[in-house]
Design a protein around this ligand. Structure first.
Ligand code: ZN
Length: 320
């Protein structure tokens, strides 16, 4: 009898213990899940907090005035951390900023670089989701490419993209009418995509930069990072300040308009027309005219003879 009672008690104790363990585990699991959820939420919140911090960082004025010699360095086709991080190192070390026109479908893979760039006060622009020539996809395609890229980036930075570099520089009336961004072209082409040679990249930049220029590079090639490592400190020593595209335009008093192309923003006293300092254009014809005017002292976009499509920016002679 005693044995039976003892056995029963042992069974009860074991069962209770098992229940406790089970409950404990279950509880813990749920707790962990809750905790994970909270962590997720917290991460979300942290991301928001980070985004807020980022927003504060990016809206913080750079230490530059309209009278400074300004360069807007821009990088397309990334992010690609092995190269992007090296460029960010150089920018950070030299108190410089740049604009990164990212390809949307690459963003998730190199999230930390996008996050770091934004925290450093760099501008993150759109280069479409799949590096799509926007003249070939119609209105729905254009909108989808831009929305998906904005979703990918804003998740990380906490704010919407405000600038677009159309892949291949390809723009037509449909693109102009359906983009909710100013179109960022360039006035100095490093041709880094073509040569992938640090010395050539370096020379193409330092021999052509001017106050108010927009430089085209690609954060895909190690040679590009090599060139950047060399010319950024040199140009800073010569008095240049590296700002984002939007900072350049703001400092030079250029009001950005959606669907309009921008190539540079010279200081007012150097601007040819005196009307605007930006080599902007609402149409290719106007672009060519503006560019030709500007070309006297710069390498700004110039219509290439033999260009068959007036919809394609004539200064673009590369296919990525
Ligand atoms: Zn590109």
């Amino acid at each position: 009898m005693n044995k039976k009672v003892l056995k029963r008690m042992i069974c009860i104790v074991i069962a209770a213990a098992l229940l406790l363990i089970s409950a404990g585990c279950g509880g813990k699991t749920d707790g962990e899940k809750t905790s994970e959820n909270q962590t997720d939420k917290a991460t979300g919140n942290n991301t928001s907090a980070l985004a807020q911090t980022t927003a504060e960082t990016t809206t913080k004025k750079i230490d530059a005035s309209p009278d400074d010699k300004l360069i807007a360095l821009t990088f397309d086709d990334g992010p690609y951390s092995p190269v992007t991080e090296r460029i960010l190192d150089v920018l950070e070390k030299n108190g410089a900023r740049a604009t990164f026109f990212v390809v949307g479908n690459r963003v998730a893979s190199y999230k930390s670089s996008v996050e770091r760039a934004a925290k450093l006060g760099c501008e993150i622009g759109s280069h479409t989701y799949t590096h799509q020539n926007l003249t070939k996809v119609g209105v729905d395609g254009i909108r989808s490419q831009l929305e998906k890229t904005n979703d990918a980036v804003s998740k990380i930075t906490g704010h919407d993209i405000t600038v677009l570099r159309p892949p291949e520089g390809a723009v037509n009336d449909t693109v102009r009418a359906n983009v909710n961004y100013p179109l960022v072209l360039w006035s100095v082409d490093s041709k880094d995509w073509k040569y992938r040679n640090a010395e050539k990249d370096y020379n193409n930049v330092v021999n052509n930069v001017f106050d108010g220029c927009i430089v085209l590079m690609h954060d895909l090639y190690p040679a590009t990072a090599d060139a950047v490592t060399k010319f950024v400190p040199e140009l800073v020593a010569k008095g240049y300040k590296f700002v984002t595209f939007s900072e350049l335009m703001e400092l030079r008093g250029v009001k950005l308009e959606n669907g309009v192309k921008y190539f540079s923003a010279k200081p007012k006293n150097q601007a040819g027309s005196g009307e605007t300092t930006a080599d902007k254009a609402v149409s290719s014809t106007a672009a060519a005219t503006t560019a030709t005017t500007a070309a006297a002292s710069t390498t700004a976009a110039v219509a290439k003879t033999g260009t068959t499509s007036t919809d394609i920016d004539a200064n673009v002679d590369y296919v990525e």
